[in-house]
Design a protein around this ligand. Structure first.
Ligand SMILES: Cc1cc2nc3c(=O)[nH]c(=O)nc-3n(C[C@H](O)[C@H](O)[C@H](O)COP(=O)(O)O)c2cc1C
Length: 201
């Protein structure tokens, strides 16, 4: 699949069915996704794969903070929406010259590449978060270290062939893109660049 076609046709899938990629295939794809821009090549993340019956335990953790019986049922069922829940753990290198936000940006870039690679192999995925990312029950079940942060789950599987996915159109972005033209740095310019820069707060 060409890259542009992959971008145009990838859609987040709310429900996914078997098969999901094997551990080996997932690892292979993450290896490629990890070539995304990453300042310092820190790879400040790790994945915890949750499959099969283990999804029930994860559902219990999701439900642990639910306020009522209906919410307990709803939260508990969530991990059953895909055969593979790849848990993304942000594990930033603290006190590093690359600040946290850049490490988070690198993690995000990796996820986007991974989603496109999964799509290219015929798999569907959806990035989900929710209150469970910060819940003590989920953190405890998955044995997160204190400095680690859950930044969501990539729900992964195969798209349901009975559900048609509509290819997208490009987002109108004209108003979000502008061209900076430096004012001429000479007599006659309302405010020459050197003066502008000097007067910056
Ligand atoms: C960090 C992150 C967290 C998200 N969490 C959720 C979520 O918990 N629930 C949800 O319905 N969509 C969530 N989304 C949005 C979906 O993943 C998806 O992008 C959205 O449904 C649009 O579908 P599309 O990817 O086909 O454009 C999240 C997206 C990101 C980037």
């Amino acid at each position: 699949m060409e890259l542009e076609a992959a971008i145009r046709t990838r859609r987040s899938a709310h429900r996914l069915i078997e098969p999901a990629p094997s551990d080996q295939e997932f690892t292979e794809l993450v290896g490629w996704a990890a070539t995304a821009p990453d300042h310092g090549h820190l790879r400040p993340w790790r994945w915890i794969l949750v499959r099969g019956d283990s999804r029930t335990a994860l559902g219990e953790a999701f439900a642990s903070g639910a306020p009522d019986a209906e919410a307990v049922r709803r939260e508990g069922r969530k991990p059953q929406r895909a055969p593979l829940l790849a848990t993304l753990v942000f594990a930033p290198r603290r006190n590093h010259r690359v600040p946290d936000w850049e490490q988070l940006a690198a993690s995000s870039a990796m996820v986007n590449s991974l989603m496109l690679l999964l799509h290219d192999r015929g798999f569907g995925s959806m990035w989900r978060t929710g209150s469970s990312v910060d819940s003590a029950g989920t953190r405890c079940l998955l044995e997160l270290a204190p400095h680690e942060r859950l930044i969501g789950w990539l729900y992964i599987g195969s798209p349901d062939p009975t559900r048609r996915s509509v290819p997208r159109s490009p987002v109108p972005v004209d108003s979000r893109i502008s061209l900076f033209t430096a004012p001429p740095d000479q007599a006659g310019a309302a405010q020459p660049p050197a003066e502008m820069i000097r007067s910056c707060p």
